[in-house]
Write a protein that binds this ligand. Structure first.
Ligand code: FMN
Length: 267
């Protein structure tokens, strides 16, 4: 599926069929996890598949999930982060969403689960000795089917004019300009990226032929940097579909109004 449709249709899945993955699907998940371990080794990130999700779900009941209720999935994938520096959190968000995308492409349902506030001792009990460095999981399994005539539910997203600007934060980038720069599809799609509590803490300013990515400050925390990393992943993937394959450049964190510059992408 092309990235545009993929992003517009993706959503978090919090209800799963009770059954485990088939042997074939489990093999594909293991391969995707192995690949992520290879790809992100240099970034000191590691991923682990928990095949027996029941144990994880039982131990985390009341400690993580959605509104205090654990998202019960047949399997989970964890991400171990060696460093919590901001630039490393960006990479972590990028990496786990890249793996998450591979899982969704296998027609599996997935959902990010935040466990950064779970006590270190309990995390060690659930995930092993390295458990205290696990702050995020991906729940995965076959999604429970939608009932006939049940409406699609989508979490609301900001409008383009609220997060894409030209030169400064007072001027939204017009749809014509977006089209001229070949960015209309890109921004229309990346707005569906997931974020912690759907905060969407990203803002873009197009200036001097560069797309500058800002983080909204004030309520930011480590999760916000993960969200920005996820956005960097999808923006780059969307640009690839437009024929551009540039790298994000890290920026020095210049503050403008209530935003902090994180990275830039040259067009
Ligand atoms: C870093 C991060 C952490 C998240 N943590 C949780 C969580 O602990 N529990 C949960 O149910 N959803 C979690 N989510 C999913 C978001 O709530 C969801 O992506 C957002 O509300 C948008 O909805 P959608 O994914 O269905 O489009 C998390 C998402 C991200 C990116």
């Amino acid at each position: 599926m092309v990235m545009t449709n993929f992003l517009q249709e993706r959503k978090s899945v919090r209800e799963y069929k009770g059954q485990s993955l088939s042997a074939k699907d489990m093999e594909r998940v293991k391969n995707a996890v192995d690949k992520a371990n290879t790809d992100y080794k240099a970034a000191q990130l590691s991923f682990h598949l928990y095949e027996n999700g029941t144990i994880v779900a039982e131990k985390l009941q009341g400690k993580a999930g959605y509104g205090g209720v654990m998202v019960e999935a047949p399997h989970y994938v964890s991400m171990t982060i060696a460093s919590k520096e901001e630039k490393d959190l960006l990479k972590a968000g990028y990496a786990l969403e890249s793996l998450n995308t591979d899982l969704v492409h296998m027609d599996l349902g997935t959902c990010w689960i935040t466990v950064d506030n779970v006590e270190a001792e309990l995390k060690k009990e659930v995930f092993g000795q390295d458990g205290e460095n696990i702050d995020f999981l991906i729940a995965l399994g076959y999604p429970k089917g939608k009932k006939l005539f049940e409406a699609e539910s989508h979490s609301a997203r900001m409008e383009l004019k609220d997060f894409v600007f030209k030169d400064n934060f007072s001027t939204p980038l017009s749809l014509d300009d977006m089209e001229n720069y070949g960015l209309l599809d890109v921004f229309s799609s990346v707005r569906y990226a997931p974020s912690h509590k759907n905060a969407q803490p990203w803002r873009f300013v197009l200036k001097d032929n560069k797309v500058n990515l800002y983080l909204v400050t004030g309520k930011e925390d480590s999760r916000s940097y993960i969200d920005l990393g996820i956005m960097m992943f999808y923006f780059k993937e969307m640009m690839k579909t437009m024929g551009a394959d540039h790298e994000w450049q890290e920026e020095d964190g210049e503050r403008v109004e209530n935003c902090q510059l994180i990275a830039s992408y040259s067009l």
